[in-house]
Design a protein around this ligand. Structure first.
Ligand SMILES: [Zn+2]
Ligand SMILES: [Zn+2]
Length: 338
């Protein structure tokens, strides 16, 4: 695995927002997605909501550097770019299966394995049409479904430990995650109402990335309990005060001039520690200190040139079928049919 971690020191962790918005996404805020890059060369993706692949591509990190992805739950604003990360990263040069993790549901058809299998099935034409030009090794993701009720380790490799705990979000089958590596730690809430599973794993964590919602019409956050779906900004202040992370990060709300101060004031009503209201492409570096930067990107990104050696190396025997009447209808037939 190549280390293309944008200058990360060997002992650092970097947490970058690829999507910080609500389901109704905007040009400024893609749906939920967080990239975690480690100094050992590993890269992990926590959620991949709609629009997040575009942010990932803008970093011009080689897609082959993605070690594994972790879905918090199966709402489209958290997994809507599944096909983009799977297929487009392969086109860009990822030459091995994508490792994808996600929780089971209350019945098999509500679990991650069912979701992934049907994503693959629905893109059968895409898959078949690319055979023969892309290496088959990267064609099918490796799917890991784990019990949504787990409160333990679901991934442990190369010194990286990732735990899942249940999240309280509408229906059984949503989870939150904690990653530990080299003494650094991150908790990612996914979507959840405030709950003790999360506060238990988040106490004293380096970075707590937690959702909040300025829901119910208009743009203003709403005081009072937000039922079993989300964490309102007042409640989020209490969660941060209870867990005391080194850096508290709020996301999953409309973060603009109309709402920012309201959300901040609500959180600050009960929390006075370090706080970041996340925007897309903001990045947190975690070492002995924690620093925050906005990653400069070009709107005209390109796939990294390196690591594409296998492109065009697919099996000729697997090439897709094109009818002779379509071949014969071409205006220019001088080039090879291969
Ligand atoms: Zn959700
Ligand atoms: Zn959501």
């Amino acid at each position: 695995m190549q280390n293309q971690n944008l200058g990360i020191a060997p002992d650092e962790m970097r947490v970058t927002a690829l999507g910080t918005g609500r389901p109704y996404s905007s040009l400024a805020q893609a749906n939920s997605s967080w990239l975690v890059q480690l100094g050992n060369g590993d890269s992990f993706l926590f959620d991949y909501g709609y629009g997040s692949f575009t942010r990932f591509a803008a970093l011009e990190v080689h897609p082959g550097a993605l070690t594994a992805t972790f879905a918090s739950h199966l709402h489209t604003d958290h997994v809507g770019d599944f096909a983009q990360f799977w297929v487009t990263s392969r086109i860009a040069g990822r030459l091995q299966p994508l490792e994808v993790y996600g929780p089971s549901g209350s019945s098999p058809e509500l679990g991650f394995a069912h979701f992934a299998a049907h994503q693959l099935e629905s893109y059968a034409w895409d898959t078949v049409s690319r055979r023969g030009s892309l290496p088959e090794a990267g064609e099918t993701p490796t799917v890991h479904e784990f019990d949504w009720e787990t409160t333990g380790i679901i991934y442990e490799q190369r010194g990286v430990v990732i735990r899942a705990v249940p999240a309280v979000h509408v229906h059984d089958g949503a989870v939150s995650y904690r990653l530990d590596w080299n003494g650094h730690s991150l908790v990612y809430s996914g979507d959840t109402a405030p709950n003790r599973f999360l506060t238990d794993i988040a106490a004293g964590v380096d970075v707590l990335v937690h959702e909040t919602a300025n829901a119910r019409g208009a743009n203003a956050p709403v005081p009072g309990p937000e039922s079993i779906v989300h964490t309102n900004p007042w409640e989020l202040g209490s969660v941060f005060a209870l867990t005391r992370p080194r850096l508290a990060v709020a996301f999953h709300f409309m973060n603009d001039a109309r709402t920012r101060q309201l959300v901040s004031d609500a959180i600050r009503s009960s929390y006075d520690g370090p706080l970041l209201l996340a925007e897309d492409l903001i990045s947190v570096r975690v070492g002995s200190d924690i620093s925050i930067e906005v990653i400069p990107v070009s709107p005209f990104s390109r796939p990294p040139a390196s690591g594409r050696g296998g492109y065009g190396a697919g099996s000729a025997a697997a090439r897709p079928h094109l009818s002779s009447k379509l071949r014969e209808a071409r205006l220019f037939t001088g080039e090879s049919d291969a």
